[in-house]
Design a protein around this ligand. Structure first.
Ligand SMILES: [Zn+2]
Length: 439
C-alpha cells in the first residue's frame, strides 16, 4: 500500500512539473476587508502572527540544525519570555503546516548562513524576532482556500474573511501557495498562481514608441497616452503633520503620532504604486499581444527624473518601459543618442527642435506634424533597420481605433489621436521607410 502511495505521489509530482513548463507563475495581492470582518476574527488574525512569533523564537531557542528534521510542529505549548520570567503560551491557531514551514524557513536561513561562513564571510547567529509579518500558507484547498463568488478567503482554523481584489485572479489558473502578510496593521494575501504561458505573437506588425514627460507615451500610429495618478491632497496634509511630529534624537524615533502618520503615508504610496503598475501592465499587455516588433528608445529616464522630478514620478514611464521589454515578442531597442526627434516622417528631412516646440512644420515638404508622433515613427524605423527586421505588415486604421478604444477604457488613462499627425501608414500612403539617419 505504502509503495503504491509513494508511486502515486511521485507520478503526481512528475505530472505537475511537466505542466508547469507550459505555465507561467504570477502573483497577486489580495486585501482583507477589515470593515467586513468581526472584531473576534481580527483578534484571531493578530493572535496568529503572535503565535508565529512565539513558535519562531521557541525553535531558535532550541537551536536549529539543518541535519535533524524537527518534529516540533506537534508542539502546542511554548514558553515565552516575559520580562525576566518564562510564561507558557498556548498555540491554538497556528496549524501544523504553518509550523512546519516556519521550521523549514529557519533551517534554510541556517543553511544560507553556513554557506556564507564557508565563503569566509563573517556570519552572525539567527536572532530572536520582535515581530512576524508573514505566515506561509502551503497548500491551496487545505491550509487556505478562496471563494470568488462569496469573495472570501478561508484560513484553516480561523474561518472565512471577506477580501478585496479576487477579480484579479484569472479564471483558468492553478492556485498554489500563498503568504499571509501583515503590513502597517492591514492584512494581505499574496497568492501565487500558474497560468498558461502567453503565446508570443507572430504577426510581423511593428510599432514605435516615444516616451516623454508631457505626453507620456506616444505611439507611431498617432495614439497619445497620458496618465496621472495624483497624490491626493490628504497626503500633503499628512506630510505636514508628520514633519511637525516630535523626533527623539537619542532613540532616533518619531513620536507615536508621527509613526502612525508615517504608516498612513506609506499606505497611500503603496496604493498609488499599485495603480501605476496596473496601468503599465495593461498598456504593455495590449502592445505585446498585437505587435511582434516594438521599437523604443533607451532614453535616460533617470536623468529626466532629476530635471522634472515629480511629474516623472507620478507616471513611472521607466516602469512602463521595463514591463514592455519583458512582455513583447521582439523588443527593438534604439540607442539613447540616436536622433529620433525633428525628422520629417514624410520626406525624411531632419532639423533641430527645441524642447518647447511640440509641433513642427517641415521646411522641405511643408508637412505639419506632432513632435512625439514623428519621434515614435522615427524610432520604429530606426529599430527595424538597426535590427534588420526586413518587411513588416501594415498597421491599419482598424487596429489603431481598437487600440484607442482599449486604452480609453483603462482608469486614469487619457488616450487620443494626435490631431495633425496621421502617419503615412494610416493615410494609406507608401510603405517605404523614410531615410532616417542617426544624427
Ligand atoms: Zn518633410
Amino acid at each position: 500500500m505504502l509503495i503504491e502511495k509513494n508511486e502515486r505521489i511521485r507520478n503526481k509530482g512528475r505530472e505537475t512539473r511537466n505542466k508547469r513548463k507550459t505555465q507561467a507563475a504570477k502573483s497577486f495581492e489580495i486585501k482583507l476587508d477589515k470593515s467586513k470582518i468581526s472584531k473576534e476574527k481580527m483578534d484571531n488574525l493578530q493572535r496568529l502572527f503572535l503565535e508565529g512569533k512565539w513558535f519562531t523564537n521557541y525553535i531558535i531557542s532550541k537551536g536549529i540544525t539543518d541535519s535533524v528534521p524537527y518534529m516540533d510542529y506537534k508542539v502546542n505549548k511554548v514558553n515565552v519570555k516575559v520580562k525576566d520570567k518564562f510564561e507558557e503560551r498556548e498555540l491554538r491557531l497556528l496549524s501544523s503546516q504553518m509550523k512546519q514551514y516556519i521550521i523549514k524557513r529557519l533551517q534554510n536561513n541556517v543553511k544560507a548562513l553556513h554557506e556564507l561562513g564557508k565563503k569566509g564571510k563573517k556570519v552572525g547567529k539567527i536572532k530572536y524576532i520582535k515581530s512576524l509579518h508573514s505566515i506561509f500558507l502551503m497548500q491551496y484547498g487545505n491550509t487556505y482556500a478562496l471563494d470568488v463568488k462569496k469573495r472570501t478567503l478561508h484560513i484553516q482554523g480561523l474561518g472565512d474573511f471577506k477580501v478585496i481584489g479576487l477579480e484579479q485572479i484569472p479564471d483558468n489558473c492553478d492556485i498554489t501557495t500563498a503568504n499571509l502578510i501583515e503590513r502597517n496593521g492591514d492584512y494581505f494575501l499574496h497568492v501565487t498562481v500558474y497560468v498558461p504561458k502567453e503565446e508570443k505573437v507572430h504577426n510581423r506588425k511593428a510599432i514605435g514608441i516615444d516616451l516623454g514627460v508631457k505626453d507620456q507615451i506616444t505611439f507611431s500610429n498617432g495614439i497619445k497616452v497620458k496618465y496621472n495618478v495624483e497624490m491626493p491632497k490628504r497626503v500633503k496634509k499628512l506630510y505636514k503633520v508628520f514633519s511637525r511630529s516630535q523626533y527623539n534624537k537619542e532613540t532616533k524615533e518619531r513620536s507615536k503620532r508621527g509613526q502612525k502618520v508615517l504608516a498612513k503615508i506609506k499606505k497611500e504610496f503603496a496604493h498609488e504604486n499599485n495603480q501605476k503598475k496596473d496601468i503599465n501592465n495593461k498598456i504593455a499587455h495590449y502592445v505585446a499581444a498585437n505587435y511582434e516588433f516594438v521599437a523604443y528608445q533607451n532614453d535616460p529616464i533617470k536623468e529626466w527624473q532629476r530635471f522634472f522630478g515629480r511629474r516623472i514620478y507620478q507616471t513611472s514611464i521607466g516602469g512602463f518601459r521595463d514591463t514592455l521589454k519583458r512582455k513583447v515578442s521582439t523588443p527593438l531597442e534604439v540607442g539613447r543618442f540616436a536622433k529620433t526627434t525633428g525628422i520629417c516622417m514624410y520626406c525624411g528631412y531632419s532639423l533641430h527642435l527645441n524642447l518647447s516646440e511640440r509641433v513642427f512644420k517641415c521646411p522641405s515638404c511643408g508637412h505639419v506634424q506632432d513632435r512625439d508622433v514623428s519621434a515614435a515613427y522615427a524610432t520604429k524605423y530606426e529599430g527595424l533597420s538597426l535590427w534588420n527586421v526586413g518587411e513588416t505588415l501594415v498597421d491599419d486604421d482598424a487596429s489603431t481605433s481598437s487600440m484607442l478604444e482599449y486604452l480609453k477604457r483603462i482608469p486614469h488613462v487619457k488616450a487620443s489621436i494626435a490631431g495633425e499627425a496621421r502617419s503615412p501608414e494610416q493615410a494609406g500612403g507608401a510603405q517605404e521607410a523614410p531615410s532616417v539617419r542617426v544624427g
